[in-house]
Design a protein around this ligand. Structure first.
Ligand code: RP5
Length: 181
């Protein structure tokens, strides 16, 4: 749809804008139809103030672009790649094969097989080429994992993650209080 396409064009412009903050995390997906699921990864990174880019990169429809994107991502300063794809979801694994960066895979529910096809395509990587796979459609967790990876060498981000965990705990505790009253 128009809204998703616009978002992608804006992000592409940002990618080309040399004055913009360099993205630390790259969120890629096989199709713009993945965007409704994948946008929560971008929203979560925004919440943590982590710079990111959002791109459509298709293993099947744009294989040459996928190759140049994946082989150059680390040289551009990207530190973690979040890759979402559905059905025969080859994108995360192919990108992981081409980059030394950590790759987090998001299986997108996109077909009559309800996302099980995507999950198995992404999680069943051969030895030597790891993809950290999150639950079906759980792009939020992919972003949270990316923040934790970055937090290893970023004290501010690590304490922000601690704070987030405390806030989540409070929310659950308050819900428990409501049930008791
Ligand atoms: C995958 O095929 C994409 O990641 C998407 O989830 C699925 C369907 O793509 P479209 O046909 O909707 O563009 O490559």
């Amino acid at each position: 749809n128009i809204e998703s396409n616009l978002a992608i064009i804006v992000e592409r412009k940002r990618l080309n804008d040399k004055t913009a903050v360099a993205p630390r995390v790259s969120i890629i997906m096989g199709s713009d139809t993945d965007l409704p699921v994948m946008k929560s990864a971008a929203e979560t990174l925004e919440m943590f103030g982590v710079s990111h880019e959002v791109l459509i990169v298709s293993a099947h429809r744009t294989p040459e672009f996928m190759f140049s994107y994946a082989t150059s991502a680390d040289k551009r300063g990207i530190q973690v790649i979040i890759a979402g794809a559905g059905s025969a979801a080859h994108l995360p694994g192919m990108v992981a094969a081409l980059t030394p960066l950590p790759v987090i895979g998001v299986p997108v529910r996109a077909s009559t097989l309800d996302g099980i096809d995507s999950l198995l395509s992404i999680v069943q990587m051969p030895r030597g080429i790891p993809v950290a796979t999150v639950a079906i459609n759980n792009a939020t967790n992919a972003a949270l994992l990316a923040v934790r990876v970055l937090g290893v060498a970023d004290d501010n981000l690590r304490s922000r993650m601690r704070q987030y965990q405390e806030e989540e705990k409070e929310i659950v505790m308050r819900k428990g209080d409501k049930l008791e009253n």
